[in-house]
Design a protein around this ligand. Structure first.
Ligand code: GDP
Ligand code: MG
Length: 164
């Protein structure tokens, strides 16, 4: 079986955008329709001769804060349990939020390989310093990327396959 790599993170950090860029097609819906639940999406990816199955764990645009919390926890739990590597996606334009902390707490409890990908670093030269606060989430590997603008996705893929 191929290794499973899950993209986990609070809503709107750019999980589906990143998923679509990495699989090279537009499968996952960017900006979820409010209240619409979807299953997790799986696609096989090959990079440097290594294959893995990528999972977009999003699919819900929750309405209340409590609902967000419980949903993210559920989503993260299931994804984390089945994953060999977790790409923990956060928003570099916004900074660390309480929801990021919640996801981090779930991830820390499991003994999984985690890469923190700081998304929306659209201009890497100018804004790479935004990644540093995310070391505060407590994981060793932190990479600045932009899913939308395809910044550093090669580095992210190298980091992913380096963990198999
Ligand atoms: P998800 O809820 O985590 O799946 O997030 P989406 O992929 O649906 O993206 C949420 C919003 O963030 C959308 O408006 C995207 O266009 C935007 N977005 C995603 N990636 C980037 C990025 O690299 N840079 C910027 N500036 N916006 C992004
Ligand atoms: Mg999504």
């Amino acid at each position: 079986m191929k290794p499973i790599v899950a993209i986990v993170g609070r809503p709107n950090v750019g999980k589906s955008t990143l998923f679509n860029k990495l699989i090279g097609e537009r499968l996952s819906i960017v900006k979820d329709v409010p209240g619409v639940t979807r299953d997790r999406l799986y696609r096989d990816v090959e990079w440097s001769g290594k294959e893995f199955t990528l999972v977009d764990t999003g699919g819900l645009e929750p309405k209340t804060q409590d609902f967000i919390m419980s949903k993210i926890k559920d989503q993260a739990q299931v994804a984390i349990d089945e994953a060999d590597v977790v790409v923990f996606l956060v928003d570099g334009k916004y900074g660390i939020t309480g929801l990021d902390e919640e996801v981090a707490a779930v991830l820390r409890k499991k003994d999984k390989k985690v890469i923190v990908a700081v998304n929306k670093i659209d201009n890497y030269i100018k804004n790479q310093d935004r990644i540093y606060e995310f070391f505060g989430l407590g994981f060793e590997e932190v990479i600045g990327i932009s899913g939308e603008h395809k910044v550093n996705l090669g580095d992210l893929l190298d980091a992913i396959i380096g963990k198999f």
